[in-house]
Ligand binder design. Structure first.
Ligand code: C2E
Ligand code: CA
Ligand code: CA
Length: 570
């Protein structure tokens, strides 16, 4: 009996060794074992691709990364491995740009863990690195689609607005002028109607090419949709004649287009809005150019019309700016709190702070009416700081009450624009210290769109916030372009499924399947999931059935005053 067992053991060991050999020989991934000094003990065939010319795979054995790769790469790998050896914790899915000889354009994902002997002592590390270049490229392609118009290849409205905002910010540092040219084709509908949509699309693509051809390198040419284009001309010099630039576009577009042997003639009307005010509202600029374009059309098409800020720039925007700025100082802003409940046992687990403006004449103004405006006019920082401080103060007061729900959290919305500012993490740290709040009680809600547009700028702030210990929620999930990759890249703790999804969940099988998949995946990554905008029992039951962790919505509770929260919690 004993003998038989040990024979089986031997067989099993051999089987394991054969499997390991096969894995090492065939895996496309790079698998490697290292000793306590980070010297290679065993490497898979996949590592061959990383070995510099003139050396072979076996040369790695007994050597460290320092003998083969860049100092930077080797030092980072060494540091990671020594950390694993010290604390035994694994590093999973670390995303890195490759720095090897011919792999400058490649991305890899690496997981490393401790290698232990039978007694559990750490004797080295085990690592596996996968090439994820294709995946990253696919994501970039997706980002490209989000920012471009498929018919003309020009940037779309979304990207244009972003560039316009950047141009205005640049004007703060370097005073100058910019012009927004709104280009609209005359009688385009007739082309579509008589020649079909394919011909229409070809004309649009050609117009896009001509506009690009006649613009300067720093300019942005965008298609807003339909037959509307916008050219953003930045850094105009004093002696740049805008009328001349516009004439160039009008002339450039007007000309014969040949389609299937027939001549089509296309003309356009251009409206121009010029400003030198860095505080100008981007939407107003587009609207101003649009209005000027209508004037051009009204006065006989195939021409242009120029408005400038002195003529037009709406005094209403300026007034709103002064009002809002004063509102912050005068304490006209206040917070309501919308409760969040655990779906498992329906207990109150926290609230989300939602800002309101008590306007002396207009009454209570909802955030959608002033937050976007504040973002465009440089006032959002002051608003977000106020909300953060007030929310922390209120939380500190609540949690000291007897019988207050344990683990109660406060969620605060943060504008993407704020995140891009350096120093935001310090403001947060300052607020939680001032009110002596445990960081994990604060959850900052960030929208997906902020991530897509400004990933580069906000990465650092996010890392600083993570190390502060505050939680991060991805807000309105499903409305932007949902790159699930963000979940892994930034340390998200909570995912808030947008109301529009929750709304469909009762009726759309597809949306239900998406929510089920997103929830399962989030849980695997240690992320908890909140369903937003729950309005019906059916939605509540479905979310609960899909293992969603928390719910928020009018069915459960509306945004309410601090006193009402106390009544609810008590
Ligand atoms: P949000 O972050 O998605 O906040 C949730 C919004 O959905 C709130 O609107 C809330 O009243 C509403 N809501 C919650 N449950 C339901 C429901 O069952 N049905 C319906 N129809 N609506 C529901 P609110 O307060 O008007 O806020 C709108 C947006 O304004 C927020 O969307 C957020 O993006 C922004 N916001 C609010 N407060 C702040 C703030 O302090 N700072 C910043 N930067 N943004 C804020
Ligand atoms: Ca929110
Ligand atoms: Ca939301």
């Amino acid at each position: 009996m004993k003998r038989q067992l040990s024979e089986e053991n031997v067989q099993l060991r051999e089987l394991k060794l054969t499997c390991m050999d096969n894995l090492l020989a065939t895996s496309e991934a790079r698998v490697y074992f290292k000793d306590l000094e980070s010297r290679f003990l065993l490497v898979s065939a996949g590592c061959d691709a990383t070995v510099p010319a003139g050396r072979v795979l076996e040369d790695l054995i007994g050597k460290t990364d320092f003998d083969f790769y860049s100092q930077e790469h080797a030092a980072a790998a060494f540091e990671d491995e020594q950390q694993i050896i010290r604390n035994g914790e694994s590093i999973l899915g670390k995303l890195e740009r490759e720095t090897f000889h011919d792999r400058a354009d490649a991305w890899a994902s690496t997981s490393k863990m401790a290698l232990r002997n039978k007694r559990g002592q750490i004797i080295g590390t085990f690592g596996i690195t996968r090439d994820v270049t294709a995946q990253i490229k696919a994501e970039n392609a997706l980002a490209y689609q989000v920012l471009h118009d498929p018919v003309t290849g020009l940037v779309n409205r979304f990207a244009l607005m972003d560039r316009l905002k950047q141009a205005l910010v640049a004007m703060e540092r370097l005073p100058g002028r910019l012009a927004v040219l709104f280009v609209d084709l005359d009688h385009f509908k007739e082309i579509n109607d008589s020649f079909g949509h394919d011909a229409g699309d070809q004309v649009l693509a050609e117009v896009g090419r001509r506009l690009s051809h006649f613009s300067r390198r720093a300019d942005t040419v965008a298609r807003l949709g339909g037959d509307e284009f916008v050219v953003l001309c930045t850094a105009l010099r004093d002696d740049d004649d805008i009328a001349l630039i516009a004439t160039r576009f009008v002339e450039g577009v007007r000309d014969v287009y040949v389609r299937e042997g027939r001549d089509l003639s296309v003309t356009c009307s251009v409206g121009i809005f010029v400003t030198s005010d860095p505080q100008a509202d981007p939407d107003e600029l587009i609207r101003g150019a649009d209005e000027a374009m209508y004037e051009a059309k009204a006065s006989g098409r195939n021409r242009h019309r120029v408005f400038d800020s002195s003529q037009h720039f709406s005094s209403s925007a300026n007034r709103l700016k002064v009002d809002l700025s004063r509102a912050i100082d005068l304490g006209e802003l206040f917070l309501l709190y919308q409760p969040l409940f655990s779906l498992e046992d329906k207990t109150l687990v926290g609230v989300e702070a939602l800002v309101r403006w008590r306007h002396p004449e207009r009454g209570v103004v909802p955030p959608d009416d002033f937050i976007p405006f504040a973002e465009q006019h440089g006032l959002i920082g002051r608003i977000d700081s106020f909300v953060l401080d007030e929310a922390c103060r209120q939380l500190a007061e609540w949690i000291h009450r007897d019988g207050w729900p344990s683990g109660f959290t406060m969620a605060v919305n943060v504008s993407g624009r704020e995140l891009a500012e350096t120093g935001f993490a310090e403001i947060v740290g300052e607020a939680i210290r001032r009110h002596a709040i445990a960081p994990e009680r604060i959850c900052l809600e960030i929208t997906e769109t902020a991530l897509v547009v400004g990933w580069g700028e906000i990465q650092e702030t996010l890392a600083a916030l993570s190390s502060l210990g505050v939680r991060i929620a991805l807000d309105d999930f499903g409305t932007g372009y949902s790159s699930l990759a963000h979940l892994q890249r930034m340390k998200v703790d909570i995912l808030k499924i947008d109301r529009s999804f929750v709304e469909q969940i009762g009726t759309s099988e597809r949306d239900r399947a998406i929510v089920a998949a997103v929830t399962a995946m989030s849980h695997a990554l240690g992320i908890s999931v909140v369903g937003e905008g729950v309005e019906t029992d059916h939605q509540l039951d479905t979310l609960t059935g899909l293992d969603c962790d928390q719910g928020q919505g009018f069915l459960l509770a509306r945004p309410m005053s601090a006193e009402a929260v106390v009544a609810l919690a008590g």
